[in-house]
Design a protein around this ligand. Structure first.
Ligand SMILES: C[S@@+](CC[C@H](N)C(=O)[O-])C[C@H]1O[C@@H](n2cnc3c(N)ncnc32)[C@H](O)[C@@H]1O
Length: 438
């Protein structure tokens, strides 16, 4: 479709073009320098994407380019005079000309373009995007093919790749909810009010993909895993399937029995078998004496959000003050069983007290590990599906409480961080291919 007669490209003295005083766009200095450089290096771009002006030579599209053309010393620039646009259309054009519907496919960018060039052309990418200091840019594979899930601080469990992985793990027959009878599990008054228990069974199932990521990203090859709050079978079974030794301890014997049964159902004779022990993890130093873990990975009770039993040692039925002091001690003893130059990963979620205020459990967990001389190394947000919480939204917004749809994945490190590169080699995800070939 040819341009309307009145809208032909005209090379125009730059002095005649007026920047739009109501231009809602700004440009940062470094970006501006890059734009000036790209106009000098690639002036043809201006003919392809000319500045658009109205009959009064006021810019409707290309204010930044006009500024950059002046800075680049251009005396004349190609413009299009959009004479046929109404006032309203001109206003729309100013916005729509800058609104790009799409978003970057970072995988495609990482695979098909050189990161240095992209940066030079003004694309917003972090300095170490795609490569380490002095390291060759990564070969052409997707981030999820290299890391299972793109390694960023927001882990979105609703995503397609995540759901596929989760479906694969659950298809093996992992039934981590077994051993927790929904009748005996009591939810805190606050959780009830917040329709927390609105979910089908009311029992929170630990996500197998979180296990897979924690083991593959933060455990050494064939490293031994210690879990002081084992809960259901999922963390043990995923460990075995991936060839990691796992020791999970839980206070509730019925839980351990159920885990062993489920593991027998899922794992083949030839596969490594996870170890589960039952007892108060306050004695984890005795229960796991001499274990020398390469990774601590667990998900503790979130205070009294879910009360798992009325056993007096069960920290989920303790008042928060007692809960946190026993919890700290269990973390201290567990960290003492962790080798030097190793990670500890805890999945937690803050929980409200009876007045509706958060206990600040996430920070209390961080402080508990810092007191053991471990350092906070990564913190990620695990985004869960809104699911049943949507039902409760009207309710709890009456008291201005937003529905909680995330958990916190905290990664701590014990020892000398310069050892990480040597101890944690490139991920070997060949098993993913084998799975797909099956
Ligand atoms: C199930 S996990 C945590 C679940 C997690 N909040 C979730 O939402 O998936 C918590 C486990 O800690 C166990 N537990 C509570 N107090 C304990 C203690 N003192 N020693 C060992 N395990 C304990 C409970 O029996 C429960 O199975």
């Amino acid at each position: 479709m040819a341009r309307p007669k009145g809208m032909q490209l005209q090379n125009t003295p730059i002095s005649e073009i007026k920047p739009n005083p109501n231009n809602p766009r700004v440009i940062k200095d470094d970006k501006f320098e890059k734009l000036v450089r790209s106009i000098k290096e690639f002036p043809k771009m201006l003919e392809i994407r000319p500045i658009v002006v109205n009959d009064d030579m006021i810019v409707l599209g290309g204010n930044m380019r006009l500024k950059a053309c002046k800075a680049a010393g251009l005396k004349e620039v190609p413009v299009i005079k959009a004479s046929e646009l109404t006032e309203e259309e001109q206003r729309q054009f100013i916005i729509k000309d800058n609104v790009s519907g799409g978003e970057w496919d970072w995988d495609m960018l990482a695979n098909e373009w050189d990161s240095e060039q992209l940066k030079e052309w003004g694309l917003d990418i972090s300095a170490d995007w795609g490569k380490e200091e002095g390291e060759e840019a990564p070969k052409k594979i997707k981030l999820s093919d290299r890391f299972i899930i793109p390694p960023f601080s927001v882990l979105d469990t609703r995503g397609g790749e995540w759901q596929d992985r989760k479906r694969y793990w659950l298809s093996l027959g992992i039934e981590s909810e077994l051993g927790r009878d929904s009748q005996s599990i009591k939810f805190s008054k606050m959780a009830e009010d917040l329709a927390w228990a609105g979910q089908k069974t009311g029992i929170s199932i630990f996500d197998p993909v979180v296990c897979e990521l924690a083991y593959q990203w933060f455990n050494i090859p064939k490293g031994k895993i210690l879990d002081p709050f084992a809960g259901g079978s999922v963390r043990g079974i995923v460990a075995s399937k991936l060839g990691f030794e796992y020791l999970g301890n839980d206070l509730r014997t019925e839980q351990i029995v159920a885990n062993r049964i489920n593991a027998k159902e899922v794992l083949k004779e030839s596969e490594l078998y996870p170890s589960w022990t039952s007892g108060d993890s306050l004695n984890i130093d005795i229960i796991a004496n001499g274990y020398n873990a390469d990774l601590i990975f667990s998900c503790p009770p979130y205070a009294d959000l879910e009360v798992y039993s009325d056993l007096k040692e069960d920290i989920s039925n303790m008042p928060y003050k007692d809960f946190i002091s026993v919890y700290r001690e269990i973390i201290r003893k567990s960290c003492a069983l962790l080798k030097e130059d190793r990670f500890a990963v805890f999945v937690v979620g803050d929980v409200r007290d009876t007045k509706g205020f958060y206990h600040n459990f996430v920070s209390d967990t961080i402080n508990a590990f810092l007191q053991c001389e471990l350092k906070l190394y990564n913190e990620m947000i695990l985004v869960n599906a809104i699911g049943a919480k949507a039902i409760g939204a009207n309710g709890y917004m009456k008291t201005r409480k937003v529905g909680k749809v995330h958990q916190n994945v905290l990664v701590f490190y014990k020892g000398n961080p310069n050892k990480i590169k040597d101890n944690y080699p490139e991920l070997d995800l060949s098993y993913l291919k084998e799975e797909n070939e099956k």
